[in-house]
Design a protein around this ligand. Structure first.
Ligand code: HEC
Length: 405
């Protein structure tokens, strides 16, 4: 923990973008090229020269971002990647964990570059170099299988509030799957991570399975609710004390260009229903006070903690902790746009999307409720992994990455 604070303090004080020396994000043995490349791609600077993004889960890049595509930031990103490739910097860092994280994040920048239409030449210049760097740092399938299960490490370290039995076979948590070729967490899908949805009723596994079966046998398509939205208010409600979880774990690209799952946990989001007040809707939430039925929690991967092998790298998000939101936004770049949202409180944003009463706030329900049956002996985690990988293999961004491999 001490190391993390020191590291954060260093990042806060040193204006990195203008300097040749970059902070040691990768191990002290690592060549400076790794750190410089990282900083050129992931650090953003606000008007006051404060830097953000070094330990962010996702790059601070939005659909409408110009950064990395124009001017000095573009030049610096290309120069960093060129230096990496020219000097064969992939040889400098052998730790599989550090290589995995480096690749996984570069892949996110690649997909971001692929997502836009403006600056086609600049995007292509970035994509070519990113694809080559991603290939150079790729681990073998065997190395990927040997990566740690960081959720188990966090449980072993007794990280407070993290459910210790989430992945316990036959345990109280049930992993919910649509059992279709579409990943269950359809909105979160990137193809670079698998997202697993879990539910636990206070009565344990049997009660949870019975509830899920009841919902599935209802065969009720969503009906229009009183505020014009699609809510089936007749759905069986779960009891207070129910918990739901969403786990995100990294997928990597192995040295043979195959997509490979890992148990490197990037985030765990939890919602606990203390009570269930009927009639909570998004409109109530917008128009005034609505009841606070749920407690929200999140644990995120912190790279310094992960590399130091503390608690599987997972750190609890603090109640008032803020971030620049990148998930499900309008795509405006918070550093470039005139209408800046600024940093919002992470755990307050949850309510906006999960405000309805009980089961109606479970956003993935339409996917897994539609599943008429579980395949005999089906393993939901393996199924979700396959569905995610299969879908990513069909995406144009992965086809382009493959052609530049
Ligand atoms: C911008 C909207 C949005 C925000 C903000 C958001 N979520 Fe979600 N969340 C979703 C959607 C949509 C799903 C369903 C999965 C999918 O389709 O990807 C989901 C799924 C979940 C699930 C799995 C159970 C379910 O509802 O399907 C949990 C647990 C969860 N979110 C917790 C959180 C927590 C905790 C926060 C705040 C830290 C949060 N969410 C913030 C949109 C959001």
């Amino acid at each position: 923990m001490r190391r993390t604070r020191l590291w954060r303090a260093t990042l806060a004080l040193v204006p990195v973008l203008g300097l040749a020396a970059a902070p040691a994000i990768f191990s002290s043995k690592a060549s400076d090229v790794w750190n410089r490349t990282w900083c050129s791609l992931f650090l953003r600077q606000d008007d006051q020269g404060r830097e953000y993004g070094a330990d962010s889960l996702d790059p601070l890049l939005w659909y409408q971002t110009h950064h990395l595509l124009t001017g000095e930031s573009h030049r610096r990103a290309l120069a960093g990647l060129d230096e990496f490739l020219r000097t064969h910097a992939e040889r400098e860092v052998q730790d599989p964990l550090e290589r995995a994280i480096f690749q996984h994040h570069l892949w996110a920048v690649f997909d971001w570059a692929m997502a836009g239409d403006n600056y086609p030449r600049e995007r292509h210049e970035l994509e070519v170099r990113l694809a080559q760097t991603i290939r150079r740092v790729a681990l073998t399938a065997q190395q990927i299988r040997a990566l740690p299960d960081t959720y188990s490490e966090a449980v072993a370290a007794r990280l407070p509030l993290l459910p210790p039995d989430l992945f316990t076979a036959g345990g109280p948590w049930v992993c919910l799957s649509a059992w279709s070729d579409q990943p269950t967490a359809a909105v979160h899908f990137t193809g670079r991570s698998r997202f697993l949805v879990f539910m636990r009723l206070p009565g344990g596994r049997d009660a949870t399975l019975a509830y899920v079966r009841e919902l599935r046998s209802a065969h009720e398509l969503p009906l229009t609710g009183p505020d014009g939205r699609f809510l089936n208010l007749k759905l069986a409600q779960f009891p207070a004390g129910t918990e739901v979880a969403l786990v995100r774990q990294a997928i990597l690209i192995d040295s043979e260009r195959r997509l490979a799952p890992t148990s490197l946990t990037e985030s765990v989001q939890l919602r606990v229903y203390r009570t269930i007040t009927p009639g909570n809707t998004f409109m109530n939430f917008i128009n005034g006070p609505s009841s606070h039925d749920q407690d929200f929690f999140e644990f995120r991967m912190s790279r310094p903690e992960l590399f130091a092998r503390h608690s599987g790298g997972l750190v609890a998000v603090a109640p008032r902790e803020t971030e620049f939101a990148t998930f499900s936004t309008h795509g405006l770049d918070d550093f470039e746009s005139v209408h800046r949202e600024g940093r919002g409180i992470i755990l307050e944003r949850c309510r906006a999307c999960h405000v309805d009463s009980g089961i109606h706030s479970v956003q993935s329900r339409l996917q897994w409720m539609d599943a008429s049956a579980d395949p005999v002996g089906g393993n939901p985690v393996a199924w979700e992994t396959q569905a995610t990988i299969h879908k990513k293999e069909q995406q144009p961004d992965f086809a382009n990455l493959s052609s530049l491999w």
